[in-house]
Structures are given as structure tokens and as C-alpha cells.
Design a protein around this ligand. Structure first.
Ligand code: HPA
Length: 263
């Protein structure tokens, strides 16, 4: 697949790979494209089953920064395979990406982060008991260090970009549940006790894979709802998409600024 990419974008070397989460695919319009490649043409890339995920790799520039934008990811819940993104992460590492910038839609566990808020991920809790490095080739490099897995220096730059474009952006811990059912209110109460600030169904596996591949990681969540039981009412994917679409402008401006500043 490296050959496929090299043929479509000869000599192009992305510095940062950007994963666009649910409802956030529109950021790809900010990229001055060099090549756009459907995942279907890239062996090892997932055929995503989530309607809002376009499934395209967009190579190009945002300001001075060369990027590989992944418009859509595969989730653990789609086929019950925790290492679904292994081929993607390996490819972007082989292409030369130094950094993985992740975005996702998440549920908020904090009343001071209402739907539409943005949060910089400072750490994660993997609540699934699964690890994308299960079964990876033996060797000591599978024992990946996860201290500062979300790079503190890059996070500071993300926060500076947020301040520069006037987007409030607290830091917090993201807890990864398998989905696809939403969490129960009791699970969310447990997650609060554990120290989580936001909940979602992605991101943590990609962070582990990226750290294993030697990349730095920086990530943000867009709150699309209060997590189960925090406020009265039911949860649904339509709300995730509606709020993500409505609030994606803030994320778009923040990401553009971060990448224009050279990240
Ligand atoms: N839980 C899990 N994933 C989510 C949520 C949620 O409340 N909102 C958006 N993605």
C-alpha cells in the first residue's frame, strides 16, 4: 500500500496524520490536497461501516504542514477486532508521520463541559480489557511505555491554538468503552470514580498502536452529549452526529490553527 500511495503522491512525506472522528470529516476541506485515495484502494485499510465516516485518505497541506488526513476510522465494535487500525497506523508510520493527531466524538462526564465543548485528552483509561498489540510479533518492543502517551509538549501547542482561536479547551481523561451500545448510568458513575472526564468508543487502541510505532500522539474530544445518567433523557447516534456537525466549526478552526502554526 506504500507503493499505491507513492504512485499517487510521488515524494510526498506527511509530517502529521490526522484521524477525523464521527461528524468531524469536514475538516478534510481545509486540506490543500495532493492526492485523495479511497480506503478501498489501500490494502490493510478498513472498510468502515459507520455511515458518517467517508473512508478516504487525503494527502496534502494545511498551511506549511504536510498532513495525511484519515477521513474515518474503524472501531472495535464494528467487528470485535481491537487491532482494526493496525494496518493504517503502520502505513502512516512507514510514510514518515512523526505525529498522530486524533479527534473523536465523546460523551461528557463533567457538567462544566456541555455538548459542543472541546477537551484535550491528557490520558486514557482502556476499560475493555483488550489491547491492539495482542498477538503482535514477539519481542520486548511490545511492552510499550504509556506514560505521557499523549505528548505534553504537543498538548501545550494544542491548548495554545485553542486559546488563539477563542475555543475553551480543558484537559481531561478519556475512557474507552467497547460500544456499540452506550454505557449504562451505573457504568458512567463507575467511570467518574475512576477519574474519567469523557467517554467514547475509539482512540485508545490507535494511541497504543501509534506509540508502538514510535509516533507522538495528541488528541481531542468533541462532547456531543452528557454521558448516560448525568442528565435525564436517552442517548442516540443521531445526537452524536447532529451536535458534532453543529460544533465541528470550533474543532476545524482549532485544528487549522494548530497545523498552520507548524504543529
Ligand atoms: N458514550 C460513548 N461514545 C460516545 C458518546 C457516549 O456518551 N457520545 C459520543 N460518543
Amino acid at each position: 500500500m506504500i507503493d499505491t500511495i507513492a504512485n499517487k503522491a510521488p515524494g510526498f512525506r506527511p509530517k502529521i496524520a490526522v484521524i477525523l472522528g464521527s461528524g468531524l470529516g469536514g475538516f478534510a476541506e481545509e486540506v490543500k490536497p495532493t492526492a485523495i485515495i479511497p480506503y478501498g484502494e489501500l490494502p490493510g485499510f478498513p472498510q468502515t461501516t459507520v455511515g458518517s465516516h467517508a473512508g478516504r485518505l487525503v494527502l496534502g497541506h494545511v498551511g506549511p504542514t504536510t498532513v495525511a488526513v484519515l477521513q474515518g476510522r474503524a472501531h472495535y465494535y464494528e467487528r470485535g477486532r481491537i487491532d482494526e487500525m493496525r494496518g493504517v497506523i503502520r502505513t502512516i508510520a512507514d510514510l514518515g508521520c512523526e505525529t498522530l493527531l486524533q479527534t473523536n466524538a465523546a460523551g461528557s462526564l463533567r457538567l462544566d463541559m456541555p455538548p459542543g465543548s472541546v477537551m484535550a485528552i491528557s490520558d486514557h483509561i482502556n476499560f475493555t480489557g483488550q489491547n491492539p498489540l495482542f498477538g503482535i510479533e514477539p519481542g520486548d518492543n511490545r511492552f510499550v511505555d504509556m506514560v505521557d502517551a499523549y505528548d505534553p509538549a504537543l498538548r501545550r501547542k494544542l491548548l495554545a491554538a485553542a486559546a488563539a482561536v477563542g475555543v475553551r479547551c480543558p484537559e481531561g481523561v478519556y475512557i474507552f468503552f467497547s460500544g456499540p451500545s452506550f454505557e449504562t448510568p451505573a457504568e458512567i458513575r463507575a467511570a467518574r470514580v475512576l477519574g474519567a472526564d469523557a467517554v467514547g468508543m475509539s482512540t485508545a487502541p490507535e494511541t497504543v498502536l501509534a506509540r508502538h510505532a514510535g509516533m507522538k500522539v495528541v488528541a481531542l474530544s468533541l462532547m456531543t452529549n452528557y454521558a448516560a445518567g448525568l442528565v435525564p433523557g436517552a442517548l442516540g447516534h443521531e445526537q452524536t452526529l447532529a451536535v458534532a456537525n453543529a460544533a465541528s466549526g470550533d474543532v476545524r478552526r482549532l485544528l487549522r490553527r494548530f497545523l498552520e502554526d507548524g504543529a
